[in-house]
Write a protein that binds this ligand. Structure first.
Ligand code: TRP
Length: 458
């Protein structure tokens, strides 16, 4: 698109709604539909979900505003933004974000590849046949344990991501988000209604709403914090990067809070999509990363025009994943473009290619290569480990660094001015300030220390 860019060569968003949809496109993805349900399932259901909501409000929203402010104030990628606001040593905090984005992209594209595989199954009509829990489990196992398929699909997805990011922020990202996100929402509501009304769905609702807080342990809290950061695309500078493209006179608070709101709504929809159908089909909530993939085919089987729903669901899930992988790749690429002077195309090829190499062990870890499936005898696969290390701990650490920089180095007063730029007031500014300065850092440090010192199992 050809509208004037806020800073030469970097491109920018055309409107606030365009920004909200693009940032929501980054936030809404496999994190909501794939990672949220299985993480909630592994961590006890209702209590985890309540804790998750608390983390979104107390940690997610404040950090969201902090990251967006850092980006808009500096107009830079995470490394540049941290350095400009904090000084040279803070470049490392931005660097952690770039590495984390790369690490997330490497396993995320494997799972996104599975959505393409399922899209293929949907188009060719596999789900039109009766699909019970057993048949569905076998279908999933067959797809992910075939090493060639898993690698090809992950590569295809990375390739798609590279094409869009190469085209630049305005044209590719904004347009895809504007049109497709609303359609995705309507479809999710329709499917969740079907799931909730299945015979036997009541147990799933009980699983969501009955919170047994005696099950909460430090690793569960860490998982909830990490999931909140992952789902909102926080803790690695994605929102710093998107903030750097945000118009100066627009309302940052409304934008940030809207993104958090829609993302949380869709995660909850993901829960209503998966758990009722899961219990209706007699499956276990602790199945791990395969959860949503195994559950969904049992719903389509129960729908009129099930095949049509199936095709639409996987197509839109793949697109939701794409708007997320775009933001992951964009962070890493914008670093090399801004700080290292690489051309956008060159950065896309090098980073995308390197990421593909790191995606291969992930793709093989789901049955294709036994050593990676049960990594070092931990009972978890390499993909799970990548998700835990990059998708939980690294993001929580990144959020901590953001709080320290904004709360103590840049200062909440200066940050507040940046948030309010354009004349839009930040409501409850003192509350925001104390969350960023005290509550969030103490909560994060407390949990990290507890998990490390007790060696709590994940
Ligand atoms: N939030 C995305 C999801 O829920 C994943 C994601 C995209 C992400 N960009 C990110 C996570 C940046 C952390 C940081 O699927």
């Amino acid at each position: 698109m050809s509208a004037p860019s806020p800073s030469a060569g970097r491109g920018g968003f055309q409107s606030r709604i365009g920004f909200i949809l693009a940032a929501a496109g980054s936030a809404i993805g496999l994190g909501n539909i794939w990672r949220f349900p299985y993480t909630a399932g592994e961590n006890g259901g209702g209590a985890f979900i309540a804790l998750y909501l608390l983390c979104v409000l107390a940690l997610g929203v404040p950090v969201m505003l902090a990251e967006l402010a850092m980006g808009r104030a500096t107009r830079k990628n995470p490394v540049g933004a941290y350095t400009k606001l904090g000084g040279r040593p803070w470049a490392a905090a931005g660097g952690l974000g770039v590495v984390t984005g790369f690490g997330i992209l490497a396993f995320y594209s494997v799972v996104a590849g599975w959505t393409l595989g399922y899209l293929w199954h949907a188009v060719t009509g596999t789900f039109a046949r009766a699909m019970d829990a057993e048949a569905s489990t076998a279908l999933f196992a067959g797809l992910i344990s075939d090493p060639v398929w898993a690698i090809v699909l992950a590569g295809a997805f990375l390739g798609l991501t590279m094409v869009v990011v190469r085209a630049g922020v305005g044209g590719g990202i904004e347009m895809a988000s504007k049109i497709l996100m609303p359609i995705f929402f309507v479809l999710l509501v329709a499917l969740a209604i079907r799931s909730v009304t299945l015979p036997g769905a009541g147990k799933g609702l009980a699983f969501i709403f009955e919170a047994d807080f005696s099950k909460i342990r430090a690793p569960v809290v860490a998982a909830a914090m990490g999931q909140a950061m992952f789902s909102l695309s926080l803790g690695m500078g994605a929102m710093i990067t998107y903030g750097s493209y945000f118009p100066r006179d627009e309302n940052l608070v409304v934008a940030g809070v809207s993104v958090a709101f829609f993302d949380t709504l869709i995660a909850l929809l993901g829960g209503f999509l998966v758990f009722p159908a899961l219990f209706a089909a007699g499956m276990e909530p602790t199945a791990g990363p395969g959860l949503v993939f195994v559950v969904m085919p049992t719903i389509f089987d129960n729908l009129p025009m099930g095949q049509l729903f199936a095709v639409a669901f996987y197509a839109l899930l793949a697109i939701a994943a794409l708007t997320s992988t775009i933001s992951l790749l964009e962070v890493v690429v914008s670093y090399f473009v801004d700080e290292r002077g690489w051309s956008r195309s060159f950065a896309v090829y090098v980073v995308g290619g390197a990421c593909f190499l790191l995606a291969v062990p992930s793709a093989l870890s789901q049955g294709g290569a036994p050593a990676l499936t049960d990594f070092l005898g931990t009972g978890k696969g390499w993909l799970d480990w990548q998700s835990i290390l990059f998708g939980t701990y690294s993001l929580v650490a990144g959020a901590l660094l953001t709080c320290i920089l904004v709360g103590w180095r840049w200062g909440t007063d200066a940050a507040r001015e940046a948030i309010e730029e354009g004349g839009h007031r930040l409501p409850a500014a003192p509350l925001w300030g104390s969350l960023v300065r005290y509550v969030c850092p103490l909560a994060v440090v407390g949990i990290l220390i507890y998990v490390v010192t007790t060696g709590a199992s994940f």
